[in-house]
Design a protein around this ligand. Sequence first.
Ligand code: PLP
Length: 430
Amino acid sequence: MSQLALFGGNPVRTKPFPSWPVFDAAEERAVLEVLRSGKWWRNSQGEDGAQDHDGEGPSQTAQFQRAFAQSHGARYGIACANGTAALEVAMKAAGVGPGDEVLVPPYTFIATATAPLAINAIPVFCDIESDTFNLDPERLEQAITPRTKAVVPVHFGGLPADMERINEIAARRGLVVIEDAAHAHGAQWNGRFAGTIGTAGTFSFQISKNMTAGEGGLILTDDEALAVRCESLVWGGRERGRPWYEHHRLGWNYRITEFQAAILLEQLKRLEEQNARRMANGIYLNQQLEALPGIHPMRIPAWTTRHSFHLYAFRFREEEAGIPRRDFAAALASEGIPCSTGYAHPLYRNPVFLNQEFYAGRCPVSCRREPPIDYAAFREHCPNTELACREAIWVEHRVLLGDRADMDDLVNAVRKVFEHRGEFSATPAR
Ligand SMILES: Cc1ncc(COP(=O)(O)O)c(C=O)c1O
């Protein structure tokens, strides 16, 4: 094959992969309708704050909450500002509070672990499985203490976690299960949708996600009382049917706008077809790439009836491949394949945890727990996360919205880099 693009050759691919977000006249129309209506906020300013627009049919937000919940087979959906807010609200509404421990994986976005801190609870890290990047139920069982109140499995990259064992352990040990489904819109575990299998599930509609309005979030649950508490927390502690300036609990303003809800109603219509395409392409890539030395695609357990492939991820073992991972990623990117090496370090290695820069050095962690928690020590307990940070390669989901020829370009680019593997050791590290 020709010279590597990294060293001046022609790239395998110059054509861009599908761009993200995907939208057309439907989203444009939806936004314009909201704009022209003047109803940019969920409800009229009537006394009864939590109701929809007076006499004018349900708001976009109410319609979207209902549509998203229905499409996922859940009874209630509560829209909110973002996926971080959704986690905070769901945890607080489920009874997690000061001094409670919340078990979270360290291989995820920071919000999964800072949401407990935002409600004065203590995040405790629990390792992942090396071949799925999802929470390891074995480790979960070992990490439970009398202070543990909740567990937050993340369906990482859109691959459903082992919910049978997580739910079984949680039921036996009396834990709340908040599924972080920020990557898993429309993903399914044994035919049930991610985000509907635990006590509650949370979603993000931030720009990188499989459905987006730029920002946004949502909580799903089947528990009516929990849904009512979530809504109250999103609405500044208000209660339905009570006077507008009567506040019942410490909440937030975590509402979304009608513009976002209108866009999301359209994005939801695209989700199933897009996820089907992502999954077909993800499985094809696994088949093509797993034969290469050092490339270990994520295991897709039999319970995965739909993988939303928010990320196409694999482990790249440089000692087997004979190429340093950073060189492999740089070479692949130069060949026209958008990819990254993912999280540079586990969450507990972030300064915010190492320095416990939470509440000016005071509660909750330092005063509530004896002995005080030492986040640096988690590196001993989380070897699979340490490894994932050294080995992962991620490809964005938009790439998987391409066709078979696009996937073949990706595979050919990987093969080309492998064919040139001898050239890396002689080259200064990049
Ligand atoms: C796993 C996970 N959880 C939660 C979030 C937080 O979502 P948001 O950015 O909407 O606050 C993200 C966002 O990247 C995420 O990846």
